[in-house]
Write a protein that binds this ligand. Structure first.
Ligand SMILES: [Zn+2]
Length: 187
């Protein structure tokens, strides 16, 4: 299976309302390490920069979710992303180990360059990419692209399994209550 586009991977770092996979600089550096082209700017991000990036990430996630049938997103996140996408770029390239990496021009915050780049990647995905789908797992905020219209979960071993367990427990509770009624039991 091909890896998700970076805009989806970025949005999916907020995997549920209570789980942020880039909540600390250590987590951020782990995430950025999987994208070698972002390492130069990514490793230069400081704590304030990460806070701003996480806000942009939440806006990107709302925007991408709006393309899964959820309707137009709230105006605030879209306006913030468009302002970021329209602003002049401070993008630079630096070669590391024979490959180009994203870098910031002097005096430009590295986090801002990454946020702008990922925002533009999200817009490009919306305008020219394949259809997006949202995981149907309870509390799951992840998005994915798929060639299978019947795919429901970001990961069948996680969200799919949780849903199966929940459905099993619901059936068991319901079946138990039905038996009590048929038996005429008052308990
Ligand atoms: Zn999921």
């Amino acid at each position: 299976m091909a890896p998700d586009p970076v805009a989806i991977a970025f949005a999916n770092t907020r995997s549920s309302s209570h789980r942020d996979r880039i909540a600390t600089l250590t987590q951020w550096r782990t995430w950025i390490d999987a994208w070698p082209g972002f390492r130069t700017a990514g490793n230069a991000v400081d704590a304030d920069g990460l806070l701003a990036l996480r806000e942009t990430r939440d806006d990107v996630q709302l925007l991408l979710h709006s393309a899964t049938g959820g309707g137009r997103p709230a105006p605030g996140p879209t306006a913030r992303l468009l302002a970021l996408a329209r602003s002049a770029s401070s993008l630079d390239l630096r070669w590391q180990h024979g490959r180009p990496t994203l870098a910031a021009l002097p005096d430009a915050p590295p986090a801002w360059v990454i946020a702008q780049h990922l925002t533009r990647a999200a817009l490009d995905l919306l305008l020219t990419g394949p259809p997006l789908m949202a995981c149907q797992g309870q509390d799951c905020l992840k998005l994915f692209i798929t060639s299978r219209p019947d795919r429901r979960w970001c990961d069948t071993a996680v969200c799919g399994n949780r849903a199966r367990v929940r459905a099993y427990n619901d059936r068991r509770q319901h079946g138990h209550a039905t038996n009590l009624n048929q038996d005429g039991s008052t308990q």
